[in-house]
Design a protein around this ligand. Structure first.
Ligand code: PMP
Length: 427
């Protein structure tokens, strides 16, 4: 990969004047991202919508192009060379994902369209097979809709109940004070690792251990943490973990579910069709061994290839370095935003993931985002698929700036300048 050859030569550290921390992400990293070099409305793009999706570096784009130009065929089917290559690429990506999250085996990895499908898969298979009336599914009040609605649907079908770990009064963290009571009769604990609305990094290792102690199965929504901090499913001690490739420099339409082998063995199929069966009769069929049993139809082979390239790219940077950079930019952004009068900043007081959500008392979030866009700054506004949480926050919508390793403090400064200008205008 070109950029890797470049890394040692251009590698340099830039000082971080405010907190004295150094980032080990080279400033030249931005050259790997074609989208980042453009102007929007005559201004250099400041892309602060990374929690929604990240930009893609050249090695990922090239890997996808190379796959389609040289190896394209269907998997697990042909005896011919191209099919063998496509199968090797697809299964190689499964091994890469297992390695990326330290899963014991590639068999523990089920490819999905993303986090949403991974969560729905658990609800439709493990959930439908194991939950009965009166069983409790424990979630948190800061879940994304994709870790809420599938459980609502399952609860309606099975008679299971939903219970929630609340957020603290300052809306910064989970309130774990009554956790032991909340864990009674719990069969499944499913929670987000990093909140996409607040930036809170939840103590998932501790929570999984407590849930396991009462015999519950655990699921971690790693949509905002995979590719942002070191992720090790064995250290987390979770049974399931879901994430999306597009939020970690990979393509859209591919993600993965880690599912512990013992649980997979007892799970009914998800969808029926080709690839997931071993023998089919007119009345009944036999299924492939997991994980193939859960992957019906032609999979997203090129997506898996792109995801593999993204994981190589991220690992060369190092997850510790990415996390340090993310949290540094978020802390700096929070500090600069706090300079404004009439602003309410959400999330934890201490360390947070790479995002900051906020509202201005007197400025509508939609006006803010629209005018920021006119200046080339991309932020997101709305409830960020956490409507019940926003109800608790008492605001219908927040503005959210979310960061990744290619963002800089200089971009935060530009963002603040733009906000100052916009607020002046709207006043
Ligand atoms: N969970 C969280 C915490 C998220 O931030 C997101 C994406 N915003 C999702 C789940 C859903 O991910 P996807 O849309 O890629 O399936």
């Amino acid at each position: 990969h070109l950029w890797r050859e470049r890394l040692p030569r251009h590698h340099h550290r830039w000082p971080n004047p405010r907190r004295g921390r150094m980032s080990s992400i080279p400033a030249t990293i931005r050259e790997d991202f074609p989208t980042l070099t453009q102007e929007i409305n005559g201004h250099p793009l400041v892309y602060f919508d990374n929690a929604a999706t990240t930009q893609k570096p050249r090695p990922v784009l090239e890997a996808i192009q190379r796959y389609y130009e040289h190896d394209n065929a269907n998997v697990h089917r042909g005896i011919h060379e191209l099919s063998n290559r496509a199968t090797a690429a697809y299964e190689g990506a499964r091994h890469r994902v297992a390695q990326f999250i330290n899963a014991p085996s590639a068999k523990d990895i089920i490819f999905t369209r993303g986090t949403t499908e991974a969560l729905n898969l658990v609800a439709a298979t493990w959930g439908a097979g194991n939950l009965r009336e009166g069983d409790v599914i424990l979630l948190t009040e800061m879940e994304h809709h994709s870790n809420l609605v599938p459980w609502q649907l399952l609860a309606q079908r099975t008679g299971a109940q939903l219970r929630f770990i609340p957020v603290t009064g300052d809306f910064g963290e989970l309130d774990l004070s009554d956790l032991d009571e909340r864990l009674s009769d719990v069969k499944l604990l499913s929670l987000t690792h990093i909140s996409n609305a607040l930036g809170t990094i939840n103590p998932v290792t501790e929570l999984c251990a407590k849930a396991k102690a009462v015999g519950a199965v655990t699921l971690v929504d790693a949509a905002q943490s995979a590719g942002h901090l070191p992720l090790d499913v064995q250290a987390l001690g979770c049974d399931f973990l879901a994430f999306s490739g597009h939020k970690l420099c990979g393509p859209t339409g591919i993600g993965a579910l880690f599912a512990r082998a013992e649980l997979q063995a007892a799970m009914p199929p998800y969808q029926g069709g080709g690839e997931m069966i071993s023998t089919v009769g007119f009345q009944t069929s036999e299924y492939h061994e997991p994980p193939h049993k859960f992957e019906a139809g032609t999979p997203n082979i090129a997506g898996a290839v792109g995801l593999h390239a993204a994981m190589d790219y991220l690992d060369a940077l190092g997850s510790e370095a990415i996390h340090a950079h993310d949290t540094d930019i978020a802390a700096y952004a929070k500090e600069r935003l706090a300079e404004f009068d009439g602003i309410r900043i959400f999330g934890p007081a201490g360390e947070r993931g790479g995002l900051v959500s906020f509202v201005f008392e007197k400025v509508h979030a939609l006006d803010l985002a629209t005018m920021a866009d006119q200046q080339g700054v991309a932020i997101r506004i709305g409830h960020h698929c956490t409507q019940p949480l926003h109800e608790k926050l008492g605001v219908p919508a927040t503005a959210r700036a979310s960061f990744y390793f290619y963002n800089t403090r200089a971009e935060v400064d530009r963002f603040i300048e733009v906000l100052q200008k916009v607020i002046q205008l709207l006043k």
